[in-house]
Design a protein around this ligand. Structure first.
Ligand code: MG
Ligand code: MG
Length: 267
């Protein structure tokens, strides 16, 4: 979501039943991710990947979270997935663009079950990719893990932010600041905002029943971003490669559950 300056308020606490619906949405997202992941190869178009995701989500009785999504008066988003190639960070519009050997592709999407969202993203290389691009992808995946490892009742949002930033910058990459993770539930984007940079021990307190989408975006170059004229696609200002991983997590009575991982796992 776009970083906004409004005060954090109205963080929703979910019941066990609501978290169960989000788990169902998350599992559909996880299964869809695997299908799209397998289909990424040289010669495929982002529109073909979008169709794979949309067909599967609908076949499972769920609704794509992003299709028709409106933000800030922009034209509604036309895809089920955001497909962002190379220097594109997030919100790339799927269509006729063909993927080539050496590209990297970030795929971000969500699904709704009985009104509750799951939201997840991953980046994958297309065929053989340069070593630096592979390092970026692996560091971004690991920075998400480092952030999730900080989620616990009684902790703070800043614990997550700090862990992501420390790991990412330690690996020599920059962390996008203008786009952040978020609470999630009946709305795709809820409070609190979950930045990928910040100080441990700061920010809203984490409590049982909270559900968060944590989503580090790392760049090889600087963290500054630009938006293209299509009204959606966000790119790195310096044209450097960018990667993105995201999972939806819940703080339950039994611990932290990653709702959008293929089998759901506990830390
Ligand atoms: Mg997402
Ligand atoms: Mg998200």
């Amino acid at each position: 979501m776009i970083l906004s300056r409004k005060n954090p308020s109205g963080i929703t606490i979910k019941s066990a039943k609501e978290i169960d619906l989000m788990r169902q949405a998350g599992q559909i997202v996880a299964d869809t991710k695997m299908r799209v992941h397998e289909a990424i190869r040289p010669g495929v178009t982002t529109g073909e990947l979008d169709r794979i995701a949309e067909d599967y989500i609908i076949s499972m009785g769920a609704i794509p979270s992003f299709k028709g999504y409106k933000a800030g008066g922009r034209i509604p988003f036309t895809g089920t997935i955001c497909a962002s190639v190379n220097e594109e960070i997030v919100h790339g519009i799927p269509g006729g663009r063909m993927l080539h050997e050496g590209d990297i592709l970030s795929v971000d999407f969500g699904a709704i079950v009985d009104g509750f969202h799951g939201d997840s993203a991953f980046t994958k290389g297309v065929g053989e990719i340069p070593e630096e691009a592979q390092r970026l992808i692996e560091a971004t995946r690991e920075s998400l893990k480092q952030g999730i490892a900080q989620v616990r009742a009684g902790g703070r949002v800043g614990d997550i932010s700090h862990a992501v930033q420390t790991y990412a910058e330690g690996m020599g990459f920059s962390v996008v600041r203008q786009y952040v993770g978020h609470g999630i539930g009946r709305s795709l984007h809820e409070e609190p905002q979950v930045p990928n940079y910040g100080e441990a021990g700061r920010g809203p307190m984490l409590k049982k029943g909270m559900t968060l989408a944590i989503e580090p975006m790392l760049n090889i170059g600087g963290w500054e971003t630009e938006q293209l004229d299509d009204g959606w696609t966000v790119v790195t200002a310096d044209g450097s490669l960018s990667a993105h991983f995201e999972d939806t997590v819940a703080i339950t009575q039994d611990g932290v559950v990653v709702l959008t991982s293929p089998e759901g796992y506990y830390f």
